[in-house]
Design a protein around this ligand. Structure first.
Ligand code: NAI
Length: 214
């Protein structure tokens, strides 16, 4: 595979390809044309061809795409051919909801521990995953392979915690606190804001109701 820079827009579309191909695999579909895939995904066939050409194509003239092969290759591009260990910081509503979602494991993301400051939560378990005291965090990271920390704690605490985590060697932050966290160099932060998605929905809904310009 060439080592060229892939655009953010293409990377943003890859998880969706991966998900659709995974659904096809579950239905025992062996191959699919870019036209069929495009109809299913509601993007143009030429967009699909262009996107996948970034990675060497994967398709064959007159055959289309081999679903399993394409799924595996996109998985590799997304780094899903390995396991990731995750810890969750903040065992409130959102932290517990994430911990309760077992499907992440199917994609190779394993939640190993949850940390909180609230003594009433410490010692409880969610799906067998223990809620530990935040005081144990540094030691836990030192003695366990941790790839990603999910931040589901109050906004006011997020930046300091993110800074501590990176100091202790964490390279991936999955930030849900409503503040954008940025680190230079080799720390990767994915900020997730459900409210942004809702605002896009509200924009589209209000756009639909807006009278057209004459
Ligand atoms: P919550 O109040 O139910 O839980 C927060 C937890 O963090 C509590 O258990 C608290 O004890 C713990 N905590 C506080 N300080 C801490 C520290 N220094 N170290 C470790 N744990 C600490 O709140 P909820 O609803 O679970 O939300 C959590 C965060 O996620 C908030 O910042 C909220 O704004 C954000 N959020 C973001 C969403 C998104 O789409 N990005 C959606 C929902 C919530």
């Amino acid at each position: 595979m060439q080592n060229k820079k892939i655009s953010k827009a293409v990377i943003n579309r890859l998880p969706r390809y991966y998900r659709y191909l995974g659904d096809l695999l579950e239905k025992d579909v062996v191959r699919i044309s870019s036209k069929e895939l495009s109809e299913k995904m509601n993007v143009t066939a030429s967009q699909i061809r262009q996107d996948l050409n970034n990675f060497g194509g994967f398709g064959q003239q007159g055959y289309g795409y081999n679903v399993e092969y394409l799924h595996t290759e996109i998985g590799k591009i997304l780094g899903l051919d390995r396991k990731y260990n995750i810890i969750i910081i903040g065992a409130g509503n959102l932290g517990q909801a994430l911990a309760n979602y077992s499907d992440f494991e199917r994609r190779g993301f394993y939640i190993k521990a949850i940390f909180d400051v609230n003594p009433r939560l410490i010692g409880l378990s969610i799906r067998g995953i223990e809620i530990r005291s935040i005081d144990e965090l540094e030691d836990f990271i030192k003695h366990n392979q941790v790839d990603i920390a999910a931040l589901t704690l109050p906004k006011s605490k997020a930046a300091q915690l993110a800074s501590d985590l990176t100091k202790w060697g964490i390279k991936g932050l999955w930030n849900f606190a409503p503040t954008d966290i940025h680190f230079p160099q080799d720390v990767i932060v994915e900020n997730v804001h459900l409210a942004d998605s809702l605002m896009k929905l509200s924009y589209k809904l209000s756009e639909k109701d807006r009278p057209a310009d004459n």
